[in-house]
Each structure stands twice: as C-alpha cells, then as structure tokens.
Design a protein around this ligand. Structure first.
Ligand SMILES: Nc1ncnc2c1ncn2[C@@H]1O[C@H](COP(=O)(O)OP(=O)(O)OP(=O)(O)O)[C@@H](O)[C@H]1O
Length: 292
C-alpha cells in the first residue's frame, strides 16, 4: 500500500488557482520529489500534504485513510529557521521539541547523525546556512518519524553545504524513512529522488523516476567531436550538427556508434558524450528554464 496518496488536490486563493486537481502516490521508503519553478505550487502542495493548509477540494490519504493523530505523531516537518523561538540554543531547542512528542529519538543520536556537536551551545541565528539546515532536520527527526517533509532544504546553501545535506538525506533514506522534498534544483532531484512529480502553474506536467523520464524524453545521447574530425565523420553519412567548435551527432546506441567511428578512423582523443539532464527535460516540457 502507498504510504501517502494525494487525490485531486486543489487549492485556490480567491480567484487564483495555486494547485489544480493533482493526484499522485508516495511509496514507503522512497524519496519523493516535487519539482517546479518559483510559484509552481510546491509549497502549497506540501503544506496540504502535511495537514497545515486545508485543501479547497480533494484529499490526502495516509495508509489509505484520512490522516488522524497517528499521522501527526509519525511525520517530521523541516520548519523554516524564522519560526524558531528566540534565545534558546540548539541543545535546548532539541529538548523543547522532544517534549512535544510521546516518542523521542535520543538526542545524542541526532547530534551525531546531523553533525551538531560543534555548535550545540549556540543560538540558531548564529549558525551558518548549512549548520542551520542540519539543526532544522534534527528537529524534524526528534520524534523518529517515518515520513519527513523537506521544503526546499538547500536553497541558498553553498555547493559544499548542499552536498553535506544530500549525504544526510541519503543516511535518513538508508534508515528506511520516507522523504518528501520540494526543490527547484535539478541535480538535487536527480541524485536523491526515486520518483518525481514535475509541476508548473499548479498542474502536473510529468511524473516518474528521473531515469525513466530522461530515457523516455531523450532516448539519444549527443557525441561531440572536434571540428578537425569533420572529414572522417562525413564518410559515415550520419546527420551532423555543428555546435561552436564541435560537431555533434545523436546516438541511440553508443557502443555501436563508437565502433563505427573507430572503424572509420575518427579519433576519439577529444570526444565528449552529453546525456540530457532534468534541466533539459524541464525546458523541453515547458519551453522555459526552471529558475525563470
Ligand atoms: N496565502 C496565499 N495567498 C494568495 N496566494 C498565494 C498564497 N500562497 C501561495 N499563493 C500563490 O499560489 C501560487 C503557488 O505558490 P507556492 O508558494 O505554492 O509556489 P512554490 O512552487 O512553492 O514557489 P517557490 O519556489 O517560490 O516557493 C503562487 O502564485 C503564489 O503567489
């Protein structure tokens, strides 16, 4: 059975339709990603899934039923740092959050998991962006939830801090937890998520695993070679494209095409192979860049 099912979920703010009748399912133990540009409806959707925002219509089911008290006990939400109380240090915050739940994960374990030891006595406002996100994740895990919601957890972090955070999410997934994440970073979605729902203007425009979506929309890869190889390539009578100082040819079978190139005497010394990524997919689906 699916852990969570979203059925015809809709949210309107006055005249504006923020989320337009979307449906999808989330499997236990998976990392589910909601991907879309600014204003696509990600936060509105995740807040309805968390039970924070009432839908205008449609429903969310937890283990096949309307979410009740057991749902609230079994989920963790990564809050924004602005919603933390003032003047408490990280350790005190962990203790305070722990007191809200009957079941707690030992604080010592969370300190180790989220690497909090070096700043436990500091207030959150004096933490770096990456440290703050690790603290917020530890707070979301205090009740040892089976389902964790992360809303754009790495926005604004530097590349190293983002990588550290991804490692942490992978550790949590390794423990068997289910993660629901919104992001507008394609590399994050591609690395972490088993299943993606891509939304734009409140509607689902595609869903599936990153690999499946890319294979479906981009069955070919581009082989790029220096212009100096043009003559040898022309003998192959394949459709060639010139892109800057390189020649490109589309390949749906790399092994076979490389064998042909070698046979033809084409030098592979400076070859590049480009596989489409989610950014390419998003542009193909919507005609615009994800961050636009
Ligand atoms: N409380 C609200 N009142 C009115 N309009 C709202 C409200 N919350 C969201 N919206 C609108 O609904 C649409 C979807 O917003 P939402 O915050 O869900 O998008 P998002 O994908 O999370 O964007 P971002 O990546 O910028 O956070 C936007 O057009 C937004 O302006």
């Amino acid at each position: 059975m699916d852990l969570l099912a979203v059925e015809n979920l809709r949210k309107t703010f006055k005249e504006q339709v923020a989320v337009a009748d979307i449906s999808f399912q989330i499997k236990q133990g998976s990392c589910f990603g909601l991907l879309g540009p600014n204003g696509a409806g990600k936060t509105t959707t995740i807040e309805m899934m968390e039970g924070i925002l009432p839908p205008s219509s449609g429903q969310v089911l937890y283990r096949g039923k309307a979410p009740g008290k057991d749902f609230r006990q079994n989920i963790g939400i990564q809050f924004q740092s602005t919603s933390l109380p003032d003047r408490l240090n990280c350790l005190e915050l962990l203790e305070l959050f722990g007191s809200f739940y009957p079941k707690n994960r030992p604080i010592k374990e969370l300190i180790e998991l989220c690497d909090l030891a070096e700043f436990l006595n500091r207030e959150p406002k004096r933490l770096s962006g990456g440290q703050k996100q690790r603290l917020l994740l530890a707070l979301a895990l205090i009740n040892d939830p089976e389902l964790v919601f992360l809303d754009e957890p790495t926005t604004g972090l530097d590349p190293q801090a983002r990588r550290n955070f991804w490692n942490l999410v992978q550790k949590i997934l390794g423990e068997g937890k289910t993660v629901v994440l919104t992001t507008h970073y394609m590399d994050e979605a591609e690395l972490l998520c088993d299943h993606l729902v891509i939304i734009d203007h409140g509607k689902i425009i595609e869903q599936g695993s990153p690999k499946h979506l890319l294979n479906q929309h981009f069955p070919e890869r581009m082989i790029r070679l220096p212009l100096s190889q043009r003559e040898a390539l022309q003998a192959l009578q394949l459709p060639l494209l010139q892109a800057g100082d390189r020649i490109e040819l589309a390949s749906s079978n790399l092994e076979q095409d490389f064998a042909r190139l070698i046979q033809q005497g084409v030098s592979l010394e400076d070859v590049q192979v480009h596989s489409a990524n989610l950014e390419d997919l998003f542009i193909k689906l919507t005609g615009h860049q994800l961050r636009a």
